[in-house]
Design a protein around this ligand. Sequence first.
Ligand code: PLP
Length: 409
Amino acid sequence: MVEGVSLERLAREHGTPLFVYSQAAMLTALAAYQRGLAGRRHLICYAMKANSSLAILQTLVRAGCGLDIVSGGELERAMAAGADPARVIFSGVGKTRAEMRQALRLGIGCFNVESRAELDVLDEVARDMGLRAPVSVRVNPNVDAKTHPYISTGLKGNKFGIAHEDVIATYRHAADCAGLRVVGIDCHIGSQITQSGPYLDAMDRILDLVQGIEAEGIAIEHIDFGGGLGIDYQGDAPPAADALWGQLLQRLDARGFGERAIYIEPGRSLVGNAGACLTEVLYLKPGEHKNFLIVDAAMNDLPRPALYEAFHRIVPLAPRDGAPSTTWDVVGPVCESGDWIGRDRALSVRAGDFLAVLSAGAYCMSMASNYNTRGRAAEVLVSGDQATLIRSRETAADQLRLERPLPPA
Ligand code: PLP
């Protein structure tokens, strides 16, 4: 069940692969942050790259979230979801001039700028429009988030942010630019972080910088500590958001910054464990070396295992109690050996059974592709005993619509 709705019923009604989300689970996850930051000036900007489906954005925006975006496309989605542009922040290392203009026209809350070159282009674009762009500099604090290298972003070798030692000079430069208005400072050290130590280290390094920047007469209105809090995929035990923020606020107070507005950019921790992907077992293919369980979901639907050998729990919707289980590699129909969803899983299943791939609310649908001309899955949002189809299954016709065939030979 997800809330009051049977997953088996949803799989039969809508077909598979099918993403199903619990709205209550998202709101519960958000409430932990809201509790942790209660009484403080703060803005929780949901990092919509985690899952940008409109109904999910609407759920979180209506519950009080701002949004963290990384492209003009995400900005259009944010507007379509009814977000207030002043509560939207724009991250990412490669903003184009067109995206900057689009965001400035709408009155975006803040650009998190990631390089000196970007700062100069933004200054030029804003001056051309007769505006001043609100900016934070994203700092690369050189802190080890102790997570997978592909989702670690706050180390010197990563492409993100401006090196700690160059930050004060960058702020001096920004303060001199007529097209820029310094409003904050930003960092984001990585994703799926399961310890509070890296956050505390990053906070210390950021607060040192705030002191240095303000000593230059440049005011920092808000401090953005990014996202990155992990979820339980496989017995991981990240701190709860309210407990983490209890610890971080203590440090903030101890250092005399308790009054400062706090921005955060959580993604995975708001939606990751609120979603599952339902898939049907197509074929059992036992072999000499490996047993393969071929299902109808694939790496185009669930890219995380192929991308970073990520683990998702996989459970049958109707367990066959007492039946002997076999160890399977759960794989999809895509023509790649990298198309696997789970390895060495003990499951007792038959063709036609449904499985749920758990913790699939974040970085699954938003990373889905059309590889092998597979249509992207449908999505259902559950609230109580109500299930709402929030995205129809994509057809081949949907995919062909944008293509222009050659004229007849
Ligand atoms: N902020 C920025 C700049 C990011 O790059 C990301 C994710 O990569 C996030 C926030 C969200 O991270 P998470 O989903 O781990 O909370």
